[in-house]
Design a protein around this ligand. Structure first.
Ligand code: NAD
Length: 366
Protein backbone atom coordinates (compact mmCIF):
# COMPACT_ATOMS: atom_id res chain seq x y z
CA UNK A 1 0.00 0.00 0.00
CA UNK A 2 1.20 3.54 -0.77
CA UNK A 3 2.34 5.70 2.12
CA UNK A 4 -0.14 8.36 3.25
CA UNK A 5 0.71 11.73 1.71
CA UNK A 6 1.32 14.94 3.60
CA UNK A 7 1.88 18.47 2.28
CA UNK A 8 3.79 20.69 4.69
CA UNK A 9 3.34 24.46 4.31
CA UNK A 10 5.57 26.15 6.92
CA UNK A 11 4.60 29.70 5.92
CA UNK A 12 6.07 32.75 7.64
CA UNK A 13 7.54 33.91 10.95
CA UNK A 14 7.77 31.09 13.46
CA UNK A 15 6.02 28.73 11.01
CA UNK A 16 9.25 27.21 9.62
CA UNK A 17 10.76 27.01 13.13
CA UNK A 18 7.90 25.01 14.65
CA UNK A 19 7.55 22.87 11.52
CA UNK A 20 11.18 21.75 11.82
CA UNK A 21 10.19 20.11 15.13
CA UNK A 22 7.32 18.23 13.47
CA UNK A 23 9.88 16.94 10.97
CA UNK A 24 11.75 15.39 13.90
CA UNK A 25 8.58 13.59 15.00
CA UNK A 26 8.00 12.36 11.44
CA UNK A 27 11.59 11.12 11.42
CA UNK A 28 11.01 9.24 14.66
CA UNK A 29 7.82 7.63 13.30
CA UNK A 30 9.94 6.35 10.40
CA UNK A 31 12.09 4.44 12.89
CA UNK A 32 8.85 2.76 14.00
CA UNK A 33 7.95 1.72 10.46
CA UNK A 34 5.41 4.53 9.92
CA UNK A 35 6.23 6.43 6.72
CA UNK A 36 4.66 9.35 4.91
CA UNK A 37 5.21 10.79 1.45
CA UNK A 38 6.05 14.32 2.55
CA UNK A 39 6.19 17.30 0.19
CA UNK A 40 6.79 20.89 1.15
CA UNK A 41 5.34 24.06 -0.40
CA UNK A 42 5.06 27.81 0.05
CA UNK A 43 2.18 29.82 1.46
CA UNK A 44 1.70 33.37 2.73
CA UNK A 45 4.50 35.88 2.46
CA UNK A 46 6.98 33.11 1.61
CA UNK A 47 4.91 32.36 -1.50
CA UNK A 48 4.34 36.02 -2.34
CA UNK A 49 8.10 36.63 -2.36
CA UNK A 50 8.64 33.86 -4.92
CA UNK A 51 5.42 33.73 -6.97
CA UNK A 52 3.87 37.15 -6.38
CA UNK A 53 0.77 35.50 -4.84
CA UNK A 54 0.22 34.13 -1.31
CA UNK A 55 -1.00 30.78 -2.69
CA UNK A 56 0.01 29.53 -6.14
CA UNK A 57 -2.21 27.31 -8.30
CA UNK A 58 0.43 24.60 -8.12
CA UNK A 59 0.43 24.54 -4.31
CA UNK A 60 -3.36 24.55 -4.21
CA UNK A 61 -3.44 21.61 -6.61
CA UNK A 62 -1.08 19.65 -4.36
CA UNK A 63 -3.19 20.56 -1.30
CA UNK A 64 -6.28 19.14 -3.03
CA UNK A 65 -4.46 15.93 -3.94
CA UNK A 66 -2.76 14.88 -0.69
CA UNK A 67 -4.29 13.06 2.28
CA UNK A 68 -3.59 15.98 4.63
CA UNK A 69 -2.04 19.44 4.73
CA UNK A 70 -0.05 20.66 7.73
CA UNK A 71 0.34 24.43 7.89
CA UNK A 72 2.53 26.59 10.13
CA UNK A 73 1.39 30.22 10.12
CA UNK A 74 1.28 33.16 7.74
CA UNK A 75 1.84 36.90 8.00
CA UNK A 76 4.58 39.42 8.65
CA UNK A 77 4.64 43.17 9.20
CA UNK A 78 6.52 43.77 5.94
CA UNK A 79 3.39 42.87 3.93
CA UNK A 80 1.22 45.47 5.66
CA UNK A 81 1.27 47.72 2.58
CA UNK A 82 0.48 44.94 0.09
CA UNK A 83 -2.94 44.80 -1.57
CA UNK A 84 -5.46 42.86 0.58
CA UNK A 85 -5.93 40.15 -2.03
CA UNK A 86 -2.19 39.46 -2.08
CA UNK A 87 -1.46 39.61 1.64
CA UNK A 88 -0.23 36.42 3.35
CA UNK A 89 -3.56 36.01 5.18
CA UNK A 90 -5.40 35.90 1.83
CA UNK A 91 -3.48 32.72 1.00
CA UNK A 92 -4.83 31.07 4.14
CA UNK A 93 -8.41 32.14 3.45
CA UNK A 94 -8.11 30.90 -0.12
CA UNK A 95 -6.78 27.45 0.73
CA UNK A 96 -9.55 26.94 3.33
CA UNK A 97 -12.19 28.09 0.85
CA UNK A 98 -10.93 26.14 -2.16
CA UNK A 99 -10.65 22.93 -0.14
CA UNK A 100 -14.19 23.65 1.15
CA UNK A 101 -13.19 22.95 4.74
CA UNK A 102 -16.52 23.39 6.48
CA UNK A 103 -15.78 21.82 9.87
CA UNK A 104 -13.25 23.54 12.10
CA UNK A 105 -12.12 21.42 15.02
CA UNK A 106 -10.67 23.10 18.07
CA UNK A 107 -9.82 20.86 21.00
CA UNK A 108 -9.50 22.36 24.45
CA UNK A 109 -7.40 19.98 26.46
CA UNK A 110 -5.83 20.76 29.79
CA UNK A 111 -2.44 19.21 30.42
CA UNK A 112 -2.10 18.46 34.11
CA UNK A 113 1.27 20.20 34.39
CA UNK A 114 -0.21 23.43 32.97
CA UNK A 115 -3.49 23.50 34.89
CA UNK A 116 -2.33 26.55 36.83
CA UNK A 117 -2.00 28.46 33.56
CA UNK A 118 -5.74 28.48 33.10
CA UNK A 119 -7.74 31.53 34.05
CA UNK A 120 -10.06 29.12 35.87
CA UNK A 121 -9.36 27.18 39.06
CA UNK A 122 -7.31 24.00 38.72
CA UNK A 123 -10.18 21.83 40.01
CA UNK A 124 -12.48 23.15 37.26
CA UNK A 125 -10.11 22.52 34.34
CA UNK A 126 -7.98 19.60 35.50
CA UNK A 127 -8.48 16.71 33.06
CA UNK A 128 -10.48 18.86 30.64
CA UNK A 129 -10.76 17.39 27.13
CA UNK A 130 -13.43 18.86 24.88
CA UNK A 131 -13.73 19.39 21.14
CA UNK A 132 -15.53 22.30 19.53
CA UNK A 133 -16.72 21.72 15.96
CA UNK A 134 -17.42 25.08 14.33
CA UNK A 135 -19.12 25.48 10.93
CA UNK A 136 -16.59 27.43 8.90
CA UNK A 137 -17.85 28.25 5.42
CA UNK A 138 -21.35 29.65 5.82
CA UNK A 139 -23.50 31.63 8.24
CA UNK A 140 -23.35 35.31 8.99
CA UNK A 141 -19.77 35.84 7.77
CA UNK A 142 -20.81 34.87 4.24
CA UNK A 143 -24.58 35.46 4.01
CA UNK A 144 -26.11 37.91 1.52
CA UNK A 145 -27.28 40.65 1.59
CA UNK A 146 -24.44 42.34 3.36
CA UNK A 147 -22.88 45.78 3.32
CA UNK A 148 -23.23 49.34 4.60
CA UNK A 149 -25.94 51.47 3.01
CA UNK A 150 -27.57 54.86 3.45
CA UNK A 151 -30.72 54.51 5.51
CA UNK A 152 -32.29 57.45 3.61
CA UNK A 153 -32.78 59.29 6.91
CA UNK A 154 -29.35 60.85 7.06
CA UNK A 155 -27.71 57.84 8.65
CA UNK A 156 -26.38 54.49 7.53
CA UNK A 157 -27.32 50.86 8.09
CA UNK A 158 -24.92 47.94 8.44
CA UNK A 159 -26.26 44.58 7.23
CA UNK A 160 -25.14 40.98 7.62
CA UNK A 161 -27.29 37.95 7.05
CA UNK A 162 -27.31 34.70 9.00
CA UNK A 163 -28.20 31.98 6.50
CA UNK A 164 -27.90 28.21 6.68
CA UNK A 165 -29.20 25.45 4.42
CA UNK A 166 -30.16 21.91 5.36
CA UNK A 167 -27.11 20.52 3.54
CA UNK A 168 -24.70 22.89 5.30
CA UNK A 169 -26.03 21.99 8.75
CA UNK A 170 -26.20 18.27 8.11
CA UNK A 171 -22.64 17.93 6.86
CA UNK A 172 -21.07 19.69 9.84
CA UNK A 173 -23.35 17.74 12.18
CA UNK A 174 -22.02 14.51 10.64
CA UNK A 175 -18.45 15.69 11.31
CA UNK A 176 -19.37 16.25 14.95
CA UNK A 177 -21.07 12.87 15.35
CA UNK A 178 -18.11 11.10 13.68
CA UNK A 179 -15.80 12.91 16.08
CA UNK A 180 -17.92 11.91 19.08
CA UNK A 181 -17.75 8.25 18.09
CA UNK A 182 -13.95 8.42 18.35
CA UNK A 183 -14.20 10.14 21.72
CA UNK A 184 -16.80 9.88 24.49
CA UNK A 185 -19.85 9.62 22.21
CA UNK A 186 -21.62 12.81 23.27
CA UNK A 187 -22.55 15.86 21.17
CA UNK A 188 -24.02 19.12 22.44
CA UNK A 189 -25.41 21.36 19.68
CA UNK A 190 -25.52 25.10 20.38
CA UNK A 191 -27.65 27.76 18.65
CA UNK A 192 -30.20 30.39 19.59
CA UNK A 193 -33.43 28.80 18.41
CA UNK A 194 -35.25 30.89 21.02
CA UNK A 195 -34.72 34.06 18.96
CA UNK A 196 -33.40 33.01 15.50
CA UNK A 197 -35.15 31.06 12.74
CA UNK A 198 -31.77 29.85 11.49
CA UNK A 199 -31.31 28.45 15.00
CA UNK A 200 -34.60 26.53 14.78
CA UNK A 201 -33.48 25.01 11.48
CA UNK A 202 -30.06 24.23 12.98
CA UNK A 203 -31.61 22.37 15.92
CA UNK A 204 -34.05 20.42 13.73
CA UNK A 205 -31.44 19.37 11.19
CA UNK A 206 -28.88 18.29 13.79
CA UNK A 207 -31.63 16.25 15.44
CA UNK A 208 -32.53 14.74 12.02
CA UNK A 209 -28.95 13.63 11.37
CA UNK A 210 -28.81 12.15 14.85
CA UNK A 211 -32.09 10.24 14.56
CA UNK A 212 -31.42 8.88 11.06
CA UNK A 213 -27.68 8.28 11.08
CA UNK A 214 -26.16 8.46 14.56
CA UNK A 215 -28.79 7.25 17.09
CA UNK A 216 -25.98 5.62 19.10
CA UNK A 217 -24.45 9.03 19.95
CA UNK A 218 -25.92 11.00 22.86
CA UNK A 219 -27.23 14.37 21.60
CA UNK A 220 -28.25 17.40 23.65
CA UNK A 221 -29.14 20.97 22.62
CA UNK A 222 -28.24 24.19 24.40
CA UNK A 223 -28.73 27.90 23.72
CA UNK A 224 -25.33 29.33 22.78
CA UNK A 225 -25.40 32.03 25.48
CA UNK A 226 -26.00 29.39 28.12
CA UNK A 227 -23.23 27.37 26.44
CA UNK A 228 -20.83 30.25 27.00
CA UNK A 229 -21.74 30.31 30.69
CA UNK A 230 -21.43 26.54 31.05
CA UNK A 231 -18.01 26.59 29.38
CA UNK A 232 -16.58 28.75 32.14
CA UNK A 233 -18.70 27.27 34.94
CA UNK A 234 -18.22 23.55 34.33
CA UNK A 235 -16.44 22.87 31.02
CA UNK A 236 -15.89 19.18 31.74
CA UNK A 237 -19.61 18.45 31.21
CA UNK A 238 -18.96 18.56 27.44
CA UNK A 239 -17.42 16.11 25.00
CA UNK A 240 -18.08 17.45 21.47
CA UNK A 241 -19.80 20.81 20.91
CA UNK A 242 -21.14 21.61 17.43
CA UNK A 243 -22.16 25.13 16.55
CA UNK A 244 -22.37 27.68 13.74
CA UNK A 245 -19.66 29.97 12.39
CA UNK A 246 -20.32 33.04 14.55
CA UNK A 247 -21.03 31.30 17.86
CA UNK A 248 -18.18 28.87 17.16
CA UNK A 249 -15.76 31.72 16.64
CA UNK A 250 -16.51 33.07 20.12
CA UNK A 251 -16.99 29.82 21.98
CA UNK A 252 -13.80 28.21 20.64
CA UNK A 253 -11.70 31.21 21.63
CA UNK A 254 -13.21 31.19 25.11
CA UNK A 255 -12.64 27.43 25.43
CA UNK A 256 -9.05 27.81 24.22
CA UNK A 257 -8.22 30.15 27.07
CA UNK A 258 -9.39 27.55 29.57
CA UNK A 259 -6.16 25.75 28.84
CA UNK A 260 -3.53 28.48 28.95
CA UNK A 261 -1.01 29.41 26.26
CA UNK A 262 -1.60 30.08 22.57
CA UNK A 263 1.53 28.03 21.93
CA UNK A 264 -0.34 24.88 23.03
CA UNK A 265 -3.45 25.01 20.83
CA UNK A 266 -3.87 22.79 17.76
CA UNK A 267 -6.70 22.83 15.23
CA UNK A 268 -8.00 20.97 12.22
CA UNK A 269 -10.33 21.92 9.40
CA UNK A 270 -12.11 19.10 7.61
CA UNK A 271 -14.10 18.95 4.39
CA UNK A 272 -16.00 16.35 2.41
CA UNK A 273 -14.71 12.75 2.20
CA UNK A 274 -12.38 12.12 -0.75
CA UNK A 275 -12.42 9.04 -3.00
CA UNK A 276 -10.34 7.12 -0.41
CA UNK A 277 -12.90 7.88 2.30
CA UNK A 278 -10.64 10.30 4.18
CA UNK A 279 -11.93 13.83 4.66
CA UNK A 280 -10.09 16.71 3.02
CA UNK A 281 -8.05 18.09 5.86
CA UNK A 282 -5.83 20.96 6.90
CA UNK A 283 -4.13 20.94 10.29
CA UNK A 284 -2.61 24.06 11.82
CA UNK A 285 -1.82 25.65 15.17
CA UNK A 286 -4.27 28.30 16.33
CA UNK A 287 -1.51 30.87 16.76
CA UNK A 288 -0.16 33.18 14.06
CA UNK A 289 3.35 33.83 12.80
CA UNK A 290 4.43 35.65 16.01
CA UNK A 291 6.73 38.19 14.32
CA UNK A 292 7.77 39.48 17.76
CA UNK A 293 9.68 36.26 18.50
CA UNK A 294 10.36 34.92 14.99
CA UNK A 295 13.90 33.78 14.28
CA UNK A 296 14.88 33.71 17.95
CA UNK A 297 14.27 30.06 18.79
CA UNK A 298 11.65 31.08 21.36
CA UNK A 299 8.52 29.65 19.74
CA UNK A 300 6.67 26.81 21.41
CA UNK A 301 6.35 24.01 18.83
CA UNK A 302 3.74 22.06 20.81
CA UNK A 303 0.63 23.54 19.09
CA UNK A 304 1.99 22.41 15.73
CA UNK A 305 3.10 19.03 17.04
CA UNK A 306 -0.37 18.49 18.54
CA UNK A 307 -1.90 19.54 15.19
CA UNK A 308 0.15 16.77 13.61
CA UNK A 309 -1.17 14.39 16.30
CA UNK A 310 -4.69 15.32 15.17
CA UNK A 311 -3.66 14.48 11.58
CA UNK A 312 -2.41 11.09 12.75
CA UNK A 313 -5.76 10.40 14.40
CA UNK A 314 -8.28 11.93 11.99
CA UNK A 315 -6.59 11.60 8.57
CA UNK A 316 -4.26 8.64 8.89
CA UNK A 317 -6.12 6.33 11.29
CA UNK A 318 -3.04 6.23 13.50
CA UNK A 319 -4.87 6.93 16.74
CA UNK A 320 -2.40 4.89 18.82
CA UNK A 321 0.51 6.95 17.55
CA UNK A 322 -1.45 10.16 18.13
CA UNK A 323 -2.05 9.14 21.73
CA UNK A 324 1.60 8.24 22.16
CA UNK A 325 2.64 11.66 20.84
CA UNK A 326 0.19 13.46 23.14
CA UNK A 327 1.48 11.44 26.07
CA UNK A 328 5.05 12.37 25.16
CA UNK A 329 4.05 16.05 25.30
CA UNK A 330 2.33 15.45 28.63
CA UNK A 331 5.45 13.74 30.01
CA UNK A 332 7.82 16.48 28.86
CA UNK A 333 5.64 19.09 30.56
CA UNK A 334 5.34 16.98 33.69
CA UNK A 335 9.15 16.78 33.77
CA UNK A 336 9.16 20.57 34.01
CA UNK A 337 10.34 21.37 30.48
CA UNK A 338 9.02 24.75 29.34
CA UNK A 339 9.43 27.10 26.40
CA UNK A 340 9.47 30.82 27.25
CA UNK A 341 5.68 31.25 26.85
CA UNK A 342 5.10 28.57 29.52
CA UNK A 343 7.43 30.00 32.14
CA UNK A 344 5.57 30.74 35.34
CA UNK A 345 6.48 33.29 37.97
CA UNK A 346 9.04 30.88 39.44
CA UNK A 347 11.41 31.65 36.54
CA UNK A 348 14.19 29.36 35.32
CA UNK A 349 15.82 28.84 31.94
CA UNK A 350 13.38 28.15 29.11
CA UNK A 351 14.00 25.56 26.41
CA UNK A 352 14.48 26.73 22.85
CA UNK A 353 12.08 25.61 20.11
CA UNK A 354 14.56 22.99 19.00
CA UNK A 355 15.27 21.73 22.53
CA UNK A 356 11.54 21.29 23.14
CA UNK A 357 11.26 19.26 19.92
CA UNK A 358 14.21 17.11 20.99
CA UNK A 359 12.70 16.56 24.44
CA UNK A 360 9.41 15.38 22.89
CA UNK A 361 11.18 12.99 20.53
CA UNK A 362 13.26 11.68 23.45
CA UNK A 363 10.06 11.12 25.44
CA UNK A 364 8.54 9.28 22.46
CA UNK A 365 11.52 6.98 22.35
CA UNK A 366 11.41 6.29 26.08
P1 NAD B 1 0.15 35.62 17.00
O1 NAD B 1 -0.61 34.38 17.33
O2 NAD B 1 1.13 35.50 15.92
O3 NAD B 1 0.90 36.14 18.31
C1 NAD B 1 0.22 36.57 19.48
C2 NAD B 1 1.18 36.50 20.69
O4 NAD B 1 1.37 35.13 21.07
C3 NAD B 1 2.58 37.04 20.39
O5 NAD B 1 3.08 37.68 21.52
C4 NAD B 1 3.39 35.80 20.08
O6 NAD B 1 4.76 35.93 20.37
C5 NAD B 1 2.74 34.77 20.99
N1 NAD B 1 2.81 33.43 20.37
C6 NAD B 1 2.10 32.99 19.31
N2 NAD B 1 2.44 31.74 19.00
C7 NAD B 1 3.40 31.38 19.88
C8 NAD B 1 4.16 30.19 20.05
N3 NAD B 1 4.01 29.11 19.27
N4 NAD B 1 5.08 30.17 21.04
C9 NAD B 1 5.25 31.23 21.85
N5 NAD B 1 4.56 32.38 21.74
C10 NAD B 1 3.63 32.45 20.76
O7 NAD B 1 -0.95 36.73 16.65
P2 NAD B 1 -0.73 38.23 16.12
O8 NAD B 1 0.47 38.83 16.77
O9 NAD B 1 -2.04 38.85 16.27
O10 NAD B 1 -0.45 38.09 14.55
C11 NAD B 1 0.85 38.07 13.97
C12 NAD B 1 0.73 37.74 12.50
O11 NAD B 1 0.16 36.42 12.35
C13 NAD B 1 -0.20 38.67 11.72
O12 NAD B 1 0.35 38.86 10.44
C14 NAD B 1 -1.49 37.89 11.63
O13 NAD B 1 -2.27 38.24 10.51
C15 NAD B 1 -0.99 36.49 11.51
N6 NAD B 1 -1.92 35.44 11.96
C16 NAD B 1 -1.89 34.28 11.27
C17 NAD B 1 -2.64 33.23 11.68
C18 NAD B 1 -2.53 31.94 10.93
O14 NAD B 1 -1.60 31.79 10.14
N7 NAD B 1 -3.41 30.99 11.18
C19 NAD B 1 -3.45 33.33 12.82
C20 NAD B 1 -3.43 34.52 13.54
C21 NAD B 1 -2.65 35.58 13.10
Amino acid sequence: MANPSLLILPGDGIGPEVMAEVRKVIGWLGTQGVFFDVEEGLIGGASYDVHGVPLSDGTLERAQAVDAVLLGAVGAPKYAGVDYALRPEAGLLKIRKEMDLYANLRPAQCFEALADFSSLKREVVSGLDIMIVRELTSGIYFGEPRGIQDDNQGGRVGINTQRYTTAEIRRVARSAFEMARRRNNRVCSMEKSNVMESGILWREEVQWVHDHEYPDVELSHMYADNGAMQLVRNPRQFDVIVTDNLFGDLLSDAAAMLTGSLGMLPSASLGAPMANGRPKALYEPVHGSAPDIAGQGKANPIATILSFAMALRYSFDLGDHATRLEQAVERVLADGHRTADLMGVEGGTPLSTSQMGDAIVAALAR
